[in-house]
Design a protein around this ligand. Structure first.
Ligand SMILES: [Zn+2]
Ligand SMILES: [Zn+2]
Length: 383
């Protein structure tokens, strides 16, 4: 562990994506010391989110070479001179959302976006530079950081300190994005009420998070929809009450029709679209109750536009988006961590594969496996 004064460039291993359609490669890369507001972190575990796959396809722009990964857990190695909230040796998870608590957005209570610390989408640090390079070539990062590397630098505003004695480290990684996003969408963004009905399209970690969040809010009927029959059991483990296999060839009806059949023909109070198939957004809207239903889009996909039926909106229905489930990392993630500590949330149910960095070049093949929910990559030993 070192202070900034004796911080030097670190050489370590990372997974590098060299371009669209190119295989991931384990490379030796260089990590610069943190600048004044930043921390350098030794990553212990990182997990895989669907957005990582989108990044390999050039989302939101084809920035390569790039180190992916925005979910992870690690130990602070060194800090910049302005950093006071964390110190070397602290365990942290990175987040990609931060709040200044002071700007128009932060004080509005209407969004978890912040004007001072916007969602990092440039592939670089806020000052337009990178702390990572490979053989002298600049590496782009994912959002606020890159977790598929043994070390990375992140601005201290985008880290949350955790107590490693109350949460399993590989599971803590899931809180950086996927599960928290789903849980928050039901809890914070939609504010699902007791006794309400909910449908969830796509039962990955985000969708399972929605189910857990809706159950905790007291939803009575929680309908999970997925084309993978194996997700039925997973959904039930988190509190799903009904399952629709959208790939069932015996059923010609649309998803929204099937959801309506399970809800007396009316549809659900809330429908969450958690798949990368953006056109399903219209099905989500059509699956909601006329006049008072809400369709919430969470899943990111590479479809810039999508066709929407206007009638449900004209009748008073709501279609809205959600980023990081409406959660404010510093205020809301500790609530989730407490629930994990009390065994109210079983994050371990999400873990389907644990692999080494050397095996991680095949991570996207593994993602296609029908049993896959969450993949954890082990990057380093704790000490
Ligand atoms: Zn702000
Ligand atoms: Zn993610």
């Amino acid at each position: 562990m070192s202070k900034l004064s004796d911080s030097k460039v670190i050489t370590c291993k990372a997974l590098v994506c060299w371009g669209i359609g190119e295989a991931l490669k384990v490379e030796e890369i260089e990590i610069d010391p943190p600048k004044s507001s930043e921390v350098r972190v030794k990553i212990l575990y990182a997990s895989v989110c669907h957005t990582d796959l989108l990044h390999t396809e050039g989302f939101p722009a084809p920035w390569f070479p790039r180190v992916l990964g925005h979910e992870g857990v690690g130990v602070v190695e060194s800090v910049g001179e302005e950093v006071t909230d964390v110190k070397a040796g602290d365990f942290i998870i990175p987040t990609y959302m931060a709040q200044c608590q002071d700007c128009e957005y932060c004080v509005s209570g209407k969004t978890n976006l912040c004007l001072k610390y916007p969602l990092p989408l440039s592939g670089l640090m806020a000052d337009g530079t990178s702390r990572m390079s490979v053989r002298g070539q600049r590496l782009y990062q994912a959002f606020s950081c890159s977790t598929w590397s043994q070390y990375m630098v992140v601005d201290a505003i985008y880290v949350l300190k955790i107590d490693p004695s109350i949460i399993d480290l590989p599971h803590a990684s899931f809180l950086s994005c996927g599960f928290s996003t789903g849980f928050g969408a039901a809890w914070k963004d939609a504010g699902v009420e007791k006794g309400s009905s909910v449908a969830v399209l796509g039962l990955g970690a985000v969708g399972l998070g929605v189910i857990e969040g809706a159950r905790k809010q007291g939803a009575e009927r929680i309908i999970g929809v997925d084309k993978n029959e194996k997700k039925r059991k997973k959904g039930e483990a988190f509190g799903m009450t009904h399952f629709i296999n959208s790939d069932d060839k015996n059923d010609e009806k649309s998803i929204s029709q099937q959801v309506k059949e399970l809800t007396g023909g009316h549809g659900v109070d809330y429908c969450f679209q958690c798949t990368g198939a953006t056109p399903l957004l219209n099905q989500a809207l059509l699956a909601t109750k006329s006049g008072k239903g809400e369709a919430i889009i969470i899943g990111a996909g590479n479809h810039p536009t999508v066709e929407i039926s206007s009638l449900p909106l004209l009748l008073g229905g709501t279609l809205r988006g959600s980023v990081f489930g409406g959660l404010k990392a510093q205020a809301d993630l500790p609530v989730l961590i407490d629930k994990c500590k009390n065994k109210e949330i079983q994050l371990g149910e999400l873990l389907s594969h644990e692999i080494s960095l050397e095996q991680a070049d095949k991570v996207f093949d593994l993602m296609k496996h029908p049993d896959c929910v969450k993949i954890v990559i082990k990057l380093s030993d704790p000490l």
